[in-house]
Design a protein around this ligand. Sequence first.
Ligand code: ZN
Length: 452
Amino acid sequence: MKQLHAPLAWVEGRWQRDVLLTVENGHWTAIVPGQLAPPDAELLAGPLIPSLVNAHSHAFQRAFVGLAERREAGQDDFWSWRDRMYALALRISPQQLRAVAAQLYAELLRGGYTQVCEFHYLHHPAQGEAFDDDLDMAWALASAAEEAGIGLTLMPVVYTRSGFGAQGLRPDQHRFAADADWAWRACQRIQAAGLPRVTAGVALHSLRGASPADIARLRQLVGSDDLPIHIHVAEQTAEVADCLAATGRRPIQWLAEEGLLDARWQLVHATHATAAEIEAVAASGAGIVICPGTEANLGDGLADLPRWLHHGVPLTVGSDSQVTRGWVEELRWLEYGQRLVLRQRNVAADPGTQPSSAARLFDAAVAGGGRAAGLGLWGLVPGARADALVLNREADGLRGLPDEALLDAVVFGSNGSPWQSVWVAGRARPWRAPQRVGEAFDAAMRELWGTG
Ligand code: ZN
């Protein structure tokens, strides 16, 4: 058992003083405000806040960041980006993926995430390769997470067809092929491996990538198990139009009306949703994962944040394509997108219950994180893994501020990561990854792109 004492901590949605936190077996067992520090407690040097779950990541896409920011001709959109991204997806090896993911996960930890949900669909060897184990790519991610010290929720993705009405995948999608039985076996093997801080869920690529029969089969296999089930949905208007043409219904409408959704489901993006769809998701208990940095980068569109918040739908954020790798920037983008479009300020705030936009978004992301990652409890609550961030009051943007403005300034006034340490399972993690992590990433980039 060990005890930590914070001069100030964000507990139950507000700043509380002199908080004594007890850690046993890497989990909080007690969090009590208004306590003097016992002689053997470790004194934290700054205010303590929960870390966040990164609820949507494709680690391999870290190797593509910065390499798709030019428009050489014609129009550039999600689909032209995807064609170029496939060039990477089709050749990255398990060793390269491990190197890329280890660099990414170290960056995500510095960005304030201590658990990452991997929406993993690069299952099979590239042409000419052979794997010892058909989960070699998944084990590469687990090994990278272990090296970085971040928690991992690995979600093997069901991907069986290239679009609505297609009979299968295109030849350039062969690495992704996985039916519900394959993904379920992979999920069970990951769980059975018992790796520290690694858990598993399942995912469906999208309604265009998985048929109604695939979805029914996966639901049958999962049964009543309490596992996260993630799906990309309504990210693109073209996807909504294709779904309407194929089924007569919009994607979220289809999921809701088929009676598929419950609190285990996480709808990734959910960008293009009508008022009726949002109400249906709220009634189901499912959550949404917004990826503001990626959605902005890919020109996806803007979610109806005020309506999702109004209905209390669990909401988390994800780094997705990895163009942003810290939650401060994601929450800032989430609010700023609304301000730009609506020409209003503090759109996420609710004057009646929470007048701080930062606090409303942050608390939503803390509350939604545990379920999205399949961990149940999350944040500064007894029973949750003892993860947290210690703020640096001398960081740019935090100096000289009163306590009550600190979280607002973290989200809207700081540069980078305004914390001095990141804790996972009751231990402060090294701020910088070992040199070898960066060197292995550089080597993988050279092999993949001939750079450097
Ligand atoms: Zn994604």
